[in-house]
Design a protein around this ligand. Structure first.
Ligand code: SF4
Ligand code: SF4
Length: 174
């Protein structure tokens, strides 16, 4: 896969500023421990056209290669950066104490802002916005809980959830 080489300095600054206000990211020496220990990379890479590679994401963002992150996110078969389950393993094993998951979260936000989030992610976010829950209540679930003697699921305050999401501008992205 040929990667574009344009450097986006604004994107690079965004990464530097957001990365816990520190410059730790620049001490990444590409040792690959994050990718070697990533559970998603270990199972997903053989099946996807574009590899899921946290080390590559760190490198791409550090260098300001916004197009790399955007292009990968916008590719139909890509799971970058959306394959990340935020398990935090990469943060734990990084010898330079770089918060890789923070970088990936930012990459998700930037790609969402550009309208490149996968359809299933957008649909899931809409569900949360409309119902206050990732999985809306269903009669079958309620019946099963009742059979098992479990208490009913508390209905969330949708207005409260929407107020929070609007405060961070999530409603405009959906
Ligand atoms: S483990 Fe840390 S230093 Fe090593 S490649 Fe990943 S982010 Fe860079
Ligand atoms: S937080 Fe994401 S990138 Fe890091 S190890 Fe877990 S799945 Fe992989």
């Amino acid at each position: 896969m040929a990667l574009p080489v344009g450097i986006d300095f604004e994107f690079r600054k965004l990464i530097m500023d957001v990365h816990i206000g520190s410059d730790k990211i620049k001490y990444c020496y590409q040792c690959n421990r994050c990718t070697d220990n990533c559970p998603v990379a270990s199972v997903a890479n053989p099946f996807y056209e574009n590899v899921f590679d946290p080390r590559l994401i760190v490198l791409g963002t550090l260098l300001g290669y916004k197009d790399v992150v955007m292009m990968l996110a916008g590719t139909k078969s890509a799971i970058i950066p959306w394959g990340c389950t935020v398990c935090d393993t990469c943060d734990t094993v990084c010898p330079q104490a770089i918060e890789v998951t923070e970088i990936i979260a930012l990459a998700k936000n930037v790609t969402t802002g550009a309208g490149l989030a996968p359809d299933n992610i957008v649909a899931q976010a809409k569900t949360v916005f409309e119902s206050g829950k990732a999985i809306p209540s269903q009669p079958a679930i309620e019946r099963r809980r009742e059979q098992l003697g479990l208490p009913g699921v508390v209905t969330p305050d949708v207005n409260e959830v929407q107020t929070l999401l609007k405060a961070v501008g999530a409603d405009k992205k959906l």
